[in-house]
Every structure is written in structure tokens, then in C-alpha cells.
Write a protein that binds this ligand. Sequence first.
Ligand code: GAL
Length: 680
Amino acid sequence: MERKKLFTQVDGLLHGGDYNPEQWLDRPDILEKDIKYMKDAHINTVTMGVFSWAVHEPTEGNINFDWLAEIMDRLYENGIYTVLATPTGARPAWLDEKYPSAMRCNEMGVRNHHGVRHNHCMQSPEFREKVRIMDSKLAERFAGHPGLLMWHISNELGGYCYCDTCRKKFQEWLADRYDHDIEKLNKAWWTTFWSHKFNSFDQIDPPYANGENCVLGLNLDWKRFSTWSATDFMRFEIDTLRSAGAKEPTTTNFMEMFYDYDYHYMKDFIDVISWDNYPEMHNNWQTDADHLLERSFNHALFRSMKRDKPFMMMESAPGLVNWRPFNKYRRPDMHELISMQAVATGSDTVQYFQIRKSRGSSEQWHGAVIDHIGTNDTRVFKEVAKLGEDLESISEVAGTLSDNKVAIIFDWDNRWAIDDAWALAKETKKFDETCMNIYNVFMKLGVEPDIISSDMDWSGYKIICAPMLYVLHDGVGEKIADFVKNGGQFMSTYFTGYVNKDLLANLGGFPGDGLSEVFGLRSEEIDTLYPEDRNSISIIDRAGKPSHSIEVRDYQELLRDVTADVLARYNGDYVAGKPAITRNNYGDGRAYYVACRTKQEDIEFIYREMLEHAHIAYTKLPAGIEKHTRYAEDCAYDFYLNCTTEEIVVPNVTGTDLITKDKLAGSLSLKGYQIAVIRR
Ligand code: GAL
């Protein structure tokens, strides 16, 4: 595949991160040292200006960027590029004092006090005007600077605002969505239930904590609106930069499987996907390998948002974070493993929060490349510098892409709707976990899935898994039918196709929207088990006899009208003898339905079967090894990560290790936490 470089100025991978020299303007000695240390650490980029508003504009209208320009120039002279942020993630006190509408209102509609960050009202006209002035001036001054790589819009956009301006905007957004016809909204939200009918759009409130929050359609539309509102704010910032002459690419830093906004909606309005990766390593509930797999799922989610270019790991922590319940230091070599995992999964950058540790305030104990001790020989510094060197050794992977044939559907609407549904059991819905568990099964078979939305382009995929796809967007039933008809392998589970995009139950049996025919069955009941309840199913072997049995927990559906082949039947409870796993030949493909919750590894045979039908080669990897592949025009790069502390030998590896320069023709031996990048 053709390499797609993110930036014309840089040949290889980016290494660097958030840098806040504004905290040290009275210490030129420190700033001087920083540049030397950055070079020692093979750092070639910094992100500046993220929280610099109060320095940019200490009093209203008194804007001065000279400090920033000087530092940017100095960095550029030293081969260090800048990602420049708009400073809207936090506001100076004068701004909130004069324009209180910039401060968000909480879910009771009460205005916040000044403080903290990431808490602006995205719709406040006064705040927007201040942002417009700030961003235009930034672009006028820095657009086209040879050291400027890209624009970083605000920081970690998030949260909801319940102020009157947002209430009004919500009503306008609803009017647009429902064609200015309140009866359409009433129908979609099924408001005759509990007499919740509205006569006009201006009667509708956001779902205040002490107001109307039981109309599920309203709750979901509020989340959709809030996604729109944040995107609208982000677009406003981008448009402002562009009108003031900025031509560089834009990004905003997303967060891991962030719940507030639908990133699949936001992704289309920025040029490059970036995200902030803060794993909780060496924790007391998971192995490192399992925790890293969760990270890998996140990377895959962000990578799959724009499959035609690499993404960026915009932030990660050198050493440790300081805001988890327990803030444990990364053990030796873990830094390289976490960082290389990002590159393995498709990131062209390893960036940190932060280059130099702040001396005071809430993040003073958060990991940094340069610690309070102020030297370049700390354990963390040396690990960062070693990684910097290794990133240079593998620089040829920059711009290479993944080419995966398996995808898992992960819709934000669906997550929200499942959690808000008065059904199943609150603690065991576990949609995210279910998707991750399926991902893990493929990963352990050495096959990397993409994580996509039901609305994205599915071309190129041969296998799609859509567990618990409770909400079916318009047209998705048909899309699934076409996918299978044309030879695709599709897998779904209990709690699929229950409602349409408005959360109205599909009538005529689940899964709805034509899917009963695709799967060859209908689901009549979904039964919720208590955490200690167990049932089991027996897999039917080729001779039609029950073979081994598999444990069922949490959920079991009662199926009827089954015309599909039955692969497993329930053993106990009131569903005993009924079909539990089915496979339906439909057109040229197959549709699998798993009607109950099992451990995913217990039903690995389904995934293997799908891979075989799809002619995708797989090999079970040694436990604790992760493998990812990036493709170039003429070669491929296999990344092997040993996510354990033990030495592991991986069989059947051939090619050249870009870090050790070893030529491999047989097996690869990796020490604990070691990684290898093999060109083949
Ligand atoms: C990120 C944030 C940074 C910094 C970092 C600390 O979420 O964007 O500004 O706070 O966390 O881990």
C-alpha cells in the first residue's frame, strides 16, 4: 500500500509532546536546558499553547505572542517542530468575570463558578467572540511558520452544558431533526406514554437531573445534540483559523472510548485523528497483557476512523500519571512497549504529556520527560531517549497503513441506548467489554480487527461482528443483508436489532429490519440471569451429537422460527433443548447468531470458522504476544510485542528486525516487555 505521510516537513515518526515553557519564562536557563535535553531524547516535536490563554492575553485585548514566537523559532532552529494549540481548554479569570456565559451550567441548570478547565459553554456567543479574536490572531501570527506542523483544536473536548442558550439551541436542533413538526418528535419519542406530549419545540428542556429524564428518545437526542454542539464549536475554531490564513492540518485530541460524544460523528471534521493514551499498567485486576489489549482496542478504534492515513498518539505519560486512584510507576521497559504499541497499531507519533514537569498545582506529580531533579539521566529520561533512538531506527514505517479484513461494530448511539434502556441488568450490560472480548479472540489468533461504526464504509471487510447491536440505524438491516448476500461472514448476538434509530421497538420479532430473514430466526424473549446464575449450552458436532458444553451467564434468549443450522443448544433452565448458536447460509455468505452470553474464548470455533470461510490465514500466538502489521508499497512490517515479563519465543518469523538489525529465518525470541519490528 502507498505510504501516506501526515506531514511534508517530517520524514519519519514524531516523538515529543506537550511543552509548557510559559510556566518558566522567568527561567531562561531552564528553557535553554530543555532544548538540549529534547535533542538528547531524540525529540522532534512539541505541542504548545494548550493552556496558554492567560499568558497570551493577560488582560482583555492585551494579546501578545512574542514569548511563543521566540520559543517556536528557537525550537525550529534546533530541528523541533510545533503542534500549536488553540488555548480554549481553559480560560483566564478576567474572561469568566466579564462574560459569565462562558461558564457551563450543570445538569440542574445552575451556572458553575470560575475554575478548573474543559468547562466552557460551547454555544455562548460572548465566549465564541473571544475565541474568534484569539484564534484569528494566532493564525495571523503563526500560519505558514516553517516550524508549524498542525493545529490542535482546544483540548479533550467533553461534557454537557445545560444553560439557557444550550436549551434554546437544543430546541432548534430538534426542530431541524424533526422537520419542524412536533408531531414527528412526539411519535419518535412515543410521548403519549405517561402523558409526555409536547405541543411545541420550545417546551422541551434538556434532560435536567431534576426534570424530564425518562423519555429515552430525549436522552439520546440530547447526547446527539451535545456531540453536534461540541463539533460545532470545534468547526467554529477551525473555520476561524482557516479564515485567518491557516492551511496546516487540524486535529483535536480524543480520549479513550470517551462516553460523552460520538467520535464517529466528529471524526469527519478534522484532518487527522489523535488521541490521549493513559493505560493503568501493573494494576491489581488484570495482567499487563490483558490491559495492553484494551489499549490496543482503543488504538484500533481511532485508527479505523480514517483508514487512509496514520493517526497520532497525542499524549501518553512518561513514567506515571498522577490522577488515577493508584499512581504506580511503569516498570523498566514498559515505556517502550506502550509507545511502540501505538506505532504498531498505526500511529505515526509518540507524544507525551509532558516534556517538563510543572513545579506546582494539580499535575505537579504527573510523569514528564524532564523531572524536578532537572537532569537527563533519570530512569524515565533514559527510557524516553532509548525509545527516541528506536523510533529513528524504524522511521521507514511512517506513513504505512493497516489493511484489515475483520471489523467489529461499535456505535456510540448503541452504547448510550443500551445503558439507558430499562432492561437487562444495570451491572451486566457490558457492551464495551463484549466488543473488546471479541477483539481479543481475533488478536490472539494473530488477526487484527478494525473497530468501525454501522454507518461507515464496510468495503474491504470479509468478516464483521456486531455484538449487541441493539439500535439499528436506517438502512443498516439492508446493509447487513447485502454484506452477507455478497459473501460476507457476519456475526451477531442476543440483544440485536431490538429498536430503530428513535429507540422504538422493531415490531414483528427481533432482530428487526429484515434481519430475521438474514439470520433465519426470531428472538422471542431475553432472559436476565443473576450474576451467580449459570446455564450451559452444548456444541453440536459434525455428526449432529452434542459434544462439549460451555457455560452461559448473564443473558439467554429464547429463539423461535429457527430455519438456520443449529450449532449449539441450551442444556438447562426453561430454554433447555432450544437453539443457542446458529449459522444461516444467506446468499453467498453466512450469518451467525449467538443467543446467549458465553466467554468469547469458549466460542473461538465460530471465529475460526469465519476466518476459514473468508480465507484469512490465522495462527494462534503464544500467550502474551501481540502482533500488528503495517503495510508499505513493497513490504510489510510486523510488530511483535511481548506484553509479559517472561521471555517468549515466537515461531515462524522471517525478515529483518529494524531495531536489532538481526535477520530472522525461523523464530523470534523476545525478552520480557521487548518488542521487535520485522520488515518482510
Ligand atoms: C490529559 C490532558 C492533559 C493532562 C494529562 C495528564 O487528559 O489533555 O492536559 O492533563 O491528561 O495526564
